[in-house]
Design a protein around this ligand. Structure first.
Ligand SMILES: *[C@@H]1O[C@H](CO)[C@@H](O)[C@H](O)[C@H]1NC(C)=O
Ligand SMILES: *[C@@H]1O[C@H](CO)[C@@H](O)[C@H](O)[C@H]1NC(C)=O
Ligand SMILES: *[C@@H]1O[C@H](CO)[C@@H](O)[C@H](O)[C@H]1NC(C)=O
Length: 335
């Protein structure tokens, strides 16, 4: 990987960079990554951690995944009428990163909700450089997703209704939830009520078989938000509803550096993460975000779709519209 960045740097000292920076950046994501999704290795995922937050009682509990079901249900009298928000972060995350904090803040004052956050960083954090560590994280995605689905199925067996479970995942976490939804169904013959994918990971998934991706059918209702489609986020449009924020590729205040080539990766990361902030911001704003059915951003932007079906995107999405919808964040004063 060091070699790759050396090559990029050298290219960028020449005019070749101007033409090639995006393709070099993309090939570093899509070309050099070897996507291994072996389902027969039974990789252990014991070090995945489950954080349960009950904000209205100022309480939180942490368990390793293998001890979480008994730990939570024996120590704690779960109110199964509350909505469970089950958040799975992406590659290179952990529980105290700014995105995870924005999710905690969003639900801090929401009544009748439990928040569970997952920390899978033992398997998905840097090891052996960018490419190798992403490859490693991808190879764990199936096993982590399956373990999460089986944990939720265990909660269901202890009385938690499927209709009160809402899973939200960012990036690789969104892809894990595709597997989690299937594992839950395998165990319970019921579906999780909603899975929300926030810019599901693209590299290793956009080009994979449909069964390897978050998609319609893995929950009763599946919605996907696109923020860096074709970069770090997927290009696949496979959910019941696919929402595109601002064309779905590049978000406001996420410009690359003015020197072409430099900063491209940072800019992609910025847009990719914006999906979490945008979604989290909607929790406290029941009217956000108006979105319009449309077949392209340009048509949406020129007003050609203003008479089309309108729905709400974000936490308050009623979940009864299907297809592709566009949102402009201009009116919402987001940073
Ligand atoms: C979790 O609970 C501990 C006390 O048990 C508290 O100090 C900590 O601030 C809590 N964390 C959050 C994020 O609420
Ligand atoms: C669900 O069950 C099918 C059929 O037994 C199995 O092949 C698949 O691996 C299971 N998927 C998960 C994520 O548990
Ligand atoms: C979707 O649900 C919302 C809220 O319940 C309702 O106002 C709206 O009319 C429904 N739309 C459709 C197309 O059924």
């Amino acid at each position: 990987m060091a070699a790759l960045f050396y090559i990029i740097s050298v290219l960028c000292l020449t005019s070749v960079c101007v033409a090639n920076h995006w393709s070099v950046f993309k090939s570093s994501l899509y070309g050099l990554v070897e996507c291994k999704q072996d389902k027969n290795t039974n990789l252990p995922v014991d070090d995945v951690q489950i954080y349960l937050y009950d904000f209205q009682n100022q309480m939180n509990l942490t368990f390793k995944i293998g001890a979480a079901l008994d730990g939570i249900t024996s120590k704690y009298n779960l109110d199964v009428t509350r909505r469970l928000i089950f958040y799975v972060p992406g590659y290179k995350s952990h529980i105290y990163k700014p995105n995870e904090d924005s999710i905690r803040q969003a639900f801090k004052d929401v009544p009748n909700v439990y928040l569970i956050m997952i920390d899978h960083s033992a398997y998905t954090n840097g090891q052996g450089g960018k490419v190798k560590s992403y490859e490693r994280a991808v190879s764990y995605a199936f096993y982590i997703g399956k373990a999460l689905g089986e944990f939720l199925a265990g909660l269901h067996e202890k009385g938690y209704p499927s209709k009160n479970i809402h899973c939200v995942g960012h990036s690789l976490g969104a892809q894990m939830l595709g597997y989690a939804g299937v594992a839950y169904y395998n165990k319970t013959s019921e579906k999780i009520s909603r899975i929300t994918g926030l810019d599901p990971a693209g590299p290793c998934f956009s080009n994979a078989l449909i069964d390897e991706q978050i998609r319609s059918g893995v929950a009763d209702y599946v919605e996907v938000y696109h923020c860096n489609s074709g970069g770090l986020g997927t290009t696949s449009v496979l959910a019941d509803t696919d929402f595109f924020f601002n064309r779905g590729r590049k978000q406001p205040n996420c410009e690359g550096s003015i020197v072409p080539g430099f900063g491209e990766y940072e800019a992609a990361k910025c847009s990719h993460k914006a999906c979490v902030r945008f979604w989290a911001a909607s929790v406290g704003h029941p009217g956000w975000y108006l979105s319009w059915a449309c077949n392209s951003y340009d048509r949406f932007n020129s007003g050609s779709c203003s008479a089309n079906e309108v729905t709400l995107a974000g936490y308050w999405n009623p979940g009864n519209a299907t297809g592709v919808f566009y949102i402009s964040t201009d009116a919402y004063g987001l940073q």
